[in-house]
Design a protein around this ligand. Structure first.
Ligand SMILES: [Fe+2]
Length: 151
């Protein structure tokens, strides 16, 4: 499986989102690479990191009265539920849990391009409402192109 490495193409332009996403991508790979004994603990830590990242984004959505917040929050809940399902599975069948975990990098890329980048555009525009289109808008298109590539 080809790894999704951090790249400037993955940056939203919102510093706190980018720092969190970079750490999340590392945590996803660390969990996939974990040995069977430490896999449940790694999944629990990844769940906590994802929940914290999502809480930060949802606070931004609350602040902005973001119109697409319902779908974005639902996407967060779905991936947390899937990962919570993987936790007990990992205790009895690490390979089955790892199969689910190996889908996370692609999920991350899809979520970033479809939901996080548009949120970043809204964050940037709220700070500078009369500025030209922010760089994040261009990165939405770049992320879409990146998503089309196999990882
Ligand atoms: Fe998100």
């Amino acid at each position: 499986m080809q790894r999704l490495e951090w790249s400037p193409l993955l940056e939203t332009g919102v510093a706190e989102m980018d720092a969190s996403h970079r750490a999340l991508l590392q945590a996803i790979h660390a969990t996939i690479d974990a040995d069977n004994t430490s896999l449940p603990l790694c999944i629990a830590e990844l769940l906590a990191a994802l929940a914290a990242d999502f809480a930060g984004e949802e606070a931004m959505m609350d602040h902005l009265h973001y119109p697409a917040d319902h779908d974005h929050r639902a996407a967060h809940r779905r991936v947390l539920a899937a990962l919570q399902h993987a936790l007990p599975v990992a205790q009895v069948d690490a390979d089955a849990a790892r199969t689910l975990l190996e889908r996370l990098p692609r999920w991350f890329l899809g979520h970033l391009s479809a939901m996080d980048l548009p949120l970043a555009v809204a964050v940037e525009r709220s700070a500078h409402p009369y500025a030209p289109p922010p760089g994040a808008q261009l990165r939405v298109e770049l992320a879409r192109l990146l998503q089309e590539q196999s990882i």
